[in-house]
Design a protein around this ligand. Sequence first.
Ligand code: RTP
Ligand code: MG
Length: 156
Amino acid sequence: RKALSSKKERTLGIIKPDVCDKFSQILEAIYDRGFKVTKMKMCQLSRSEAGQFYQEHQAKSFYNGLIQFMSSGPVIAFELIGEGAILNWRALIGPTDSATARSEAPASLRARFGTDNTRNACHGSDSEQSATREIEFFFPSKGVKRRSTATFTDCT
Ligand code: RTP
Ligand code: MG
């Protein structure tokens, strides 16, 4: 019987507005780890789109700052597929706080490219349920009733 972590999974990653110019180095790390990149979109989120995306944090003290940051410039969102992709992608990005990442996971993307607890380079879905919702948010399936109302402004 295969270990749980060998299950093929999909997850949603985001290169956040602080590090869009580090796109090529981040993509290189993603391919080095053996993920398959199956969908990708560059766009700028409105405040309401960013708020919808991070709706589970609505009541948190950092919510407004998070929404401000996530709508401050272009993001690159992508779907990754791989064995244990949800946990493995979160391991590659590292702890939420970039300073913690630098001490505990120096090779992680947040250690290498993040600034602090908010401007932390990358996002990764935290569960299968989040991954499904977040992939649908950025890459709405056609045909069935669209669950995402996001319009995604081009970065022109
Ligand atoms: P993410 O959802 O972006 O992958 O990050 P995460 O799971 O590691 O952390 P989460 O708790 O979900 O927080 C979402 C994002 O909110 C910002 N944040 N700021 N105390 C703070 O100032 C604070 N805490 C969190 C970060 O941008 C974090 O990634
Ligand atoms: Mg999270």
